[in-house]
Design a protein around this ligand. Sequence first.
Ligand code: KDG
Ligand code: MG
Length: 411
Amino acid sequence: MSAKIIKAEVFVTSPSRNFVTLRLTTDDGVIGIGDATLNGRELAVATYLQEHVAQLMVGRDSRNIEDTWQFLYRAAYWRRGPVTMAAIAAVDMALWDIKGKMAGMPVYQLLGGASRTGCRAYGHASGTDTESLFDSIRYEMELGYKSIRVQTSVPGIEKLYGVAAQSQSSGERYDFEPANRGDWPVEEDWDTRAYLRHIPTVFESVRNEFGPELPLLHDGHHRMTPREAAQLGKSLEPYDLYWLEDCTPAENQENLRYVRSQTTTPLAIGEVFNSVFDIKDLIQEQLIDYVRCASTHFGGISPLKKVMNFAEMYGIKSGFHGPTDVSPVGFAAQLHLGLSIHNYGLQEYMPHSDLTKQVFHESLSFEDGYLHPGDAPGLGVEFDPEAAEKFPYAQAYLPYNRLADGTVHNW
Ligand code: KDG
Ligand code: MG
């Protein structure tokens, strides 16, 4: 068995939403797939892979995962960035997939074996008012979720991330897909003071209705300053959140020192990070509780495993990003990792649409609130190129925010 890569193909398909998939084939006929989807900027990564990476893969020994990762990272000279790291992630995943298939083992076995029987997942509830929010929470609990993210409308804000019941141009459930098809991003609005006043009242009513036990999460989606984030964290303390996510943008990791010093509400950050250098201070100074990075945007399974092993030393757990824009391949990749590491926390889970499942055949299971990647060799996801062809790329953009005076704000 020489395991040499003889073909590297890039597929862009849009079954409900856009996905970029890399497929590597070895001379033994083993196929490995990887996810390179970057929501709203998909073609940049597809081009990076197609024009700059594919030819470098041909002739390489598929077994040397670490060497290939380092080669793509260091030989490019231009390190990091979401486009580069999503492209490297796809290669990394595809190589783990191949290695698993060659070994006849699921990837989690190659990563050290299972540390638990399943990965606890959280569901997404949202509502435009108390009644619809409670209905949504009850629905998620009926589906089996044991932890629930809560997002709501805010009086004074017209369009808001994460609230499903609001009408969007796509007509689809908004908390499952924020990107809108079309050639221009949808404009939304934002008012921090209105948000900070309203959210604690929402969690108070949810706790009164559902009691103290149910783990509740909330996503601030990068829109607050450190002081505002501290205020929110403090005001949510009585409601015992499981985590407050992206309370402030973390390009400047030092910002989290102030937030951390002001509140005991657990903090989760990292979905837009693409390198250990984006998160190393947050981990080393114990400024966060959960790592939100996704295998797809963080360079693949290999670097995410390293960062989780590093986080383990500080008692920080995983909370990998799992929206629908992480494809079934990327999702499986981080599920294998989550099952194997000791410091697993919680996994975000937004099930993919039926159309997406026509293209990507998953072997994961979701039972009673727990996910398992399955025991098929490799990642356990099969990609169907013929089905993919039926769903050509459709341009889509994530929305953006403006304040009342017209200033662009973080979305
Ligand atoms: O593409 C952007 C989405 O992945 C993001 O808005 C989803 O914040 C998100 C989450 O926590 O799922
Ligand atoms: Mg988020």
